[in-house]
Design a binder for this molecule. Structure first.
Ligand SMILES: *Cc1c(COP(=O)(O)O)cnc(C)c1O
Length: 388
C-alpha cells in the first residue's frame, strides 16, 4: 500500500512511541487493580498519581484538582450535568456557545429537556463569542457558563480568560471544553479564570478512552458515576492505569515540545493554506489565522461537495475531514460553519486538514499537488460551477 498522509489530527492522533513505552508495563507487569493494598497495586497507583502530577503541572492546577475520566465526552458530561444537578437550588440557567462540540451541545439539550434553561451565544464570522454578549446574558439565576477554548472544526481560540473573569465577577461557575487546546497551546487554569476544564488524551498523541476533568478546589459538584470510592470518592470505576499513565506521558512530552511544535505547525499550516489559496481559485480560509491554534486549516472549496473531495483524496491515501468526525455521516453542512455565517455552498465545500506531531513538509506539498487536479475534476462535473 502506498504511503498514508494523515491530516485528521483534530479527529484523533497516532500514539507516540515514548507514550506506548511508558504505558506497556501497566499492561504486562503492574496489572493489579490499583486500589488493592499489596505492593504491585501500590506501584500502579503510584504511576497513576505521577500522571496526575504531570497533568496538574501542565495546566497549572493542583494534583488534587485533577480527576481522570474515560474520555473528553465524559468530562464534559460530568461538568455540565453535575454542576447543574448540584447547584439547581440557586437557579436553572446555563449559558453556552452555539458552536460547541456535540459532547456539550447534546448534554445541554438533555438539560433543557429536564427543565434547565439554556442560552446559546452567537459567534462572530471568526467563530468567537463576544464578552459583551456574555455580560448581557448573565442573570442572577445563571449557575454555569460553558464555552469551548478551541473549536474542533476551525480551531479559533476563544477569549476564555476574559469570559471567565466576567462569569467570576457574577459568582457563576465557568467550564471550558479545552480538548483541542491542551497539549497544543499553553493552558493555565489560573490565568484562564476557569473552575472546570475538560481534556482528552487522544487529541495529543495518547490513546483513546482516557481524559480528565479539572475541578477547582471548592467547586460544588456531585458524581456522574456512582460505585467505589475512586478519585477521592467523586468518580467511581477501576482506574484505567495504562491510559492514565499514557496521558501523563503525552501531556509531559507535549508541554516540553510546545514552543517548537507550535512554530513548526504554524509554518506547515501557512505553507498548506498559502499553497491551496494561491493555486486553486474560489477557495477561502475559514476562521482566522492569528487567533487560532497552529496546525489546522479549514478551507472552503466553492462549487464542490466536501464529501466528494474527501473520497477522491482518500484514493490518494490522504485522510482529512469535512467538518468533524462527530457530525459526519449527515448530509447537512457543518452547524459550526453555518453559525459563523457561511453560505450553504461554502459550508458544504469545506475541508478540515489538521496537522500533528508526525506531519511533515512533504505531506503538505503532496496534499497541495493532489488537490489541484481533484478540485479541477470535481468542478468540471459540478452543475453550479460558472463556465465562460
Ligand atoms: C474530541 C473532542 C471531544 C470528545 O472527546 P472524546 O475523548 O473523543 O470523548 C469533545 N470536545 C472537543 C472539542 C473535541 O475535539
Amino acid at each position: 500500500m502506498s504511503k498514508v498522509i494523515y491530516m485528521d489530527n483534530a479527529g484523533s492522533t497516532k500514539v507516540r512511541r515514548e507514550v506506548i513505552d511508558e504505558m506497556m508495563p501497566q499492561l504486562s507487569e503492574e496489572y493489579a487493580n490499583p486500589s488493592s493494598v499489596y505492593s504491585l497495586a501500590r506501584k500502579s497507583m503510584g504511576a497513576i498519581n505521577d500522571a496526575r502530577e504531570k497533568v496538574a503541572k501542565a495546566i497549572n492546577a493542583q494534583p488534587r484538582e485533577i480527576f481522570f475520566t474515560s474520555s473528553g465526552t465524559e468530562a464534559n458530561n460530568w461538568a455540565l450535568q453535575c454542576i447543574a444537578n448540584t447547584n439547581s437550588n440557586k437557579g436553572k440557567h446555563i449559558i453556552t456557545s452555539s458552536i460547541e462540540h456535540p459532547a456539550v451541545l447534546n448534554t445541554c439539550k438533555h438539560l433543557e429537556n429536564i427543565g434547565f434553561e439554556i442560552t446559546r451565544l452567537p459567534v462572530s464570522p471568526e467563530g468567537l463569542v463576544s464578552p459583551d454578549d456574555l455580560r448581557k446574558a448573565l442573570r442572577p439565576d445563571t449557575i454555569l457558563v460553558s464555552d469551548m477554548f478551541v473549536n474542533n472544526e476551525i480551531r479559533t481560540e476563544h477569549p476564555i480568560a476574559e469570559l471567565g473573569r466576567i462569569a467570576r465577577e457574577k459568582g457563576t461557575y465557568f467550564h471550558t471544553d479545552a480538548i483541542q487546546a491542551v497539549g497544543h497551546i499553553p493552558v493555565d487554569v489560573e490565568a484562564l479564570n476557569v473552575d472546570l476544564l475538560s481534556l482528552s488524551g487522544h487529541k495529543f498523541h495518547a490513546p483513546k478512552g482516557v481524559g480528565a476533568l479539572y475541578i477547582r478546589k471548592g467547586v460544588k459538584i456531585c458524581s456522574l458515576l456512582y460505585g467505589g470510592g475512586h478519585e477521592r470518592g467523586l468518580r467511581a470505576s477501576t482506574h484505567n492505569a495504562p491510559g492514565i499513565v499514557a496521558l501523563g506521558k503525552a501531556i509531559e512530552l507535549a508541554t516540553e515540545d510546545m514552543g517548537a511544535e507550535m512554530a513548526r505547525l504554524a509554518a506547515l499550516r501557512d505553507r498548506l493554506v498559502d499553497g491551496i489559496l494561491s493555486r486553486i481559485e474560489h477557495t477561502y480560509l475559514n476562521g482566522c489565522r492569528t487567533n487560532s491554534v497552529p496546525g489546522i486549516a479549514n478551507i472552503s472549496f466553492e462549487f464542490i461537495e466536501g464529501e466528494s473531495l474527501l473520497l477522491l483524496l482518500e484514493h490518494k491515501g490522504i485522510y482529512c475531514s469535512s467538518g468533524s468526525a462527530c457530525s459526519s455521516g449527515s448530509l447537512d453542512p457543518s452547524p459550526v460553519l453555518m453559525a459563523m455565517g457561511l453560505t450553504h455552498s461554502k459550508a458544504h465545500g469545506s475541508l478540515r486538514m489538521s496537522l500533528g506531531y508526525f506531519s511533515t513538509e512533504d505531506d503538505v506539498d503532496t496534499v497541495i499537488e493532489e488537490l489541484v487536479p481533484i478540485v479541477k475534476r470535481l468542478r468540471e462535473m459540478s452543475p453550479t460551477f460558472p463556465r465562460d
